[in-house]
Design a protein around this ligand. Structure first.
Ligand code: ATP
Ligand code: MG
Length: 562
């Protein structure tokens, strides 16, 4: 007995395949925005994903625990994140008015636990993990399980006495993640990611390749280099032309604001224009310059300037700061008022065009160093397709990805803030060196559904399908069919295959449609020839079908699920 409420219609509010199919095939139901019930089929699939994760975590030497979702505010105050995490953290108070948060992640809790119970260097390294529900009040919950407000995560944390020991566990986790996503059947890539201004340098994300992915992956067309576009470094090999510097000119440019408008007005390539943006960097306004055909990467700005927050100023703010709205901004005359930072590509520009900080005016023949000073040059832009790959091999291409996992060297970010220490060989207190390793378990379920489907429904890879075999007696009024179906159900069970028996008195067409929609790897149809002991086997993925005697069914299933 189970509950698989399939739907014929495509739900109106679901706009990606995995969300539509998981709803239609009765895997999930929405309980509130970004909050889902995992129906029996999804629960089975989750269990399978989780058991793969558990095996690989244990292989990597991690021990499972389970921490509370309900966390006292004091822990988050100690780490400082109570004040910086923002609205994503679900906050509440108890009947005594004490503040709590619903765990968005567990660095605080685990650090406090380990700090209480692991005093000696002799007990380190130590890696602990859990599979648990997380809460994040996402601004835009969407795409079903891909971005929920309540979701299942595997989170692991490691504690070390040295950077080398952290490297070792980090590498083990990397291997475990490669194994996990491979065993889930996914087409994915491990990519270099942004570690932010804090924490260690190494961090990698595991991205399932998919057009609907929110992240862009920059990868080399010839090597295995792959990075999140947020952090892909640009190669600095810009060449200065031999063009002579001309005299600076101020030109009236009514209504010419965008780079496209300005470059066509001046009849020059956008590479000849300087794009000038004013950002508030930790509340201080600064001007960032990039070449017209490039875009400012605010994550790089944040990292290069070692800032906590970076926000683009709007019209009103630039008006207030430079007396001019965005659209006519430029670096000439700005030195002394604002710091001016520029991307490396700007350094070699000759006779460029930029805004004059006066509505409706631009300068032409602008030359860095002559007409304005740059406080320093750095890599401030997004890499683009066709750029040389940072590893020196090949050119950059883009792909979209869904982030299903993330491994991260935290260093002493939390142990320092929370004063969490062990005693070293000399009895001196030292901060734990930490790593953390997350997998979006419910997101992985969706990512698999997104990657494995066809026009008729889901097509589960055999390792994580909710059941291996779908048994379909065509006519429930036919005793021979019913008893053979039951016999085969027992046969599967005895041989450790999970079988789903469709014993509804529905028309065969309905049963077959539902079976395609649900997408179990093997369908066994028990029809007219049941009395002779003959059934039809159909492979969901390839559509191949075979008529077999019941005596040969098990070897065939063994073979198909090998
Ligand atoms: P994102 O950039 O997608 O918001 P994140 O950087 O906030 O992810 P982490 O804090 O690293 O994510 O969390 C670890 C993993 O948890 C992620 O790799 C992702 O697979 C999963 N995850 C994060 N947020 C969500 C969410 N809202 N719904 C489902 N899974 C999520
Ligand atoms: Mg997030």
């Amino acid at each position: 007995m189970t509950l698989i409420p399939t739907l014929r219609e495509v739900p109106a509010d679901a706009d990606i395949k995995s969300h539509q199919l998981l709803l239609r095939a009765g895997f999930i139901r929405q309980t509130a925005s970004g909050v889902y019930t995992y129906m029996p089929l999804a629960k089975r699939t989750l269990d399978k994903i989780e058991s793969i994760i558990r095996e690989e975590m244990e292989n990597a030497g991690a021990a499972e625990l389970l921490m509370p979702a309900l966390q006292p505010a004091e822990l988050w105050q100690e780490s400082g994140r109570w004040f910086t995490y923002g609205d994503e953290l679900m906050r509440m108070h108890d009947r005594h008015g004490r503040d709590f948060a619903l765990g968005a992640t567990h660095e605080e809790v685990i650090t406090s636990i380990v700090n209480d119970d692991v005093q000696s260097y002799k007990r380190l390294p130590l890696t602990l993990y859990q599979i648990q529900t997380k809460f994040r009040d996402e601004k835009r919950p969407r795409f079903g399980l891909l971005r929920g407000r309540e979701f299942i995560m595997k989170d692991a944390y490691s504690f070390h006495t040295s950077a080398e020991s952290l490297d070792e566990v980090y590498n083990k986790m990397y291997t475990a993640y490669m194994n996990i996503f491979t065993r889930c059947g996914l087409d994915f890539r491990a990519v270099l990611a942004d570690s932010g201004a804090i924490g260690g340098k190494d961090t990698q994300e595991f991205m399932v390749l998919s057009e609907i992915g929110e992240d862009t992956i920059a990868y080399s067309d010839t090597s295995d280099y792959a990075a999140n576009i947020e952090m892909a470094e640009c190669v600095v090999d810009y060449k200065r032309t031999t063009e002579e510097e001309n005299e600076l000119e101020k030109i009236s440019t009514p209504n010419q604001k965008t780079i496209a408008e300005v470059s066509s007005f001046f009849n020059v390539n956008s590479q000849k224009c300087i794009k000038s943006l004013v950002f508030k960097v930790d509340d201080e306004p600064v001007m960032i310059l990039v070449r017209g055909d490039h875009d400012v990467n605010d994550i790089k700005v944040k990292n290069v300037l070692n800032a906590k927050s970076v926000e683009l100023c709007d019209h009103e703010e630039t008006e207030e700061i430079l007396g001019c709205p965005t659209g006519s901004l430029g670096p000439v005359g700005v030195n002394g008022k604002l710091k001016v930072y520029a991307d490396h590509a700007v350094k070699v520009m000759v006779n460029a065009v930029c805004g004059a900080n006066e509505d409706g005016y631009h300068f032409s023949n602008v030359n860095p160093g002559r007409d304005f000073e740059v406080d320093f040059y750095a890599d401030f832009r997004f890499i683009t397709e066709g750029d040389p790959s940072p590893d020196g091999q090949g050119r950059i291409r883009f792909a979209r990805g869904i982030e299903v996992g993330h491994i991260f060297k935290l260093g002493t970010r939390y142990s320092e803030a929370m004063d969490a220490n062990y005693l070293d060989e000399n009895g001196r207190a030292q901060n734990y060196i930490m790593g953390c390793y997350g997998i979006g378990v419910s997101r992985t379920l969706s990512a698999i559904a997104e990657q494995f489907n066809d026009e008729n429904g889901l097509v589960w890879p055999k390792n994580i399908a909710p059941y291996h075999v779908h048994l379909i007696p065509v006519n429930m009024k036919d005793d021979a069919q019913v008893s053979l179906a039951e016999e085969l159900y027992e046969l599967c069970k005895a041989n450790r295959y999970d079988a789903l028996l469709d014993d509804r008195s529905e028309r065969p067409g309905v049963k077959f449609k539902d079976s395609d929609l649900i997408g179990l790897p093997i369908r066994v149809t028990i029809g007219k020839r049941a009395s002779e002991g003959i059934v039809e086997v159909k492979v969901r993925k390839t559509g191949e079908s075979f008529e077999v005697d019941k005596a040969n069914l098990l070897p065939l299933i063994n073979d198909l699920l090998k």
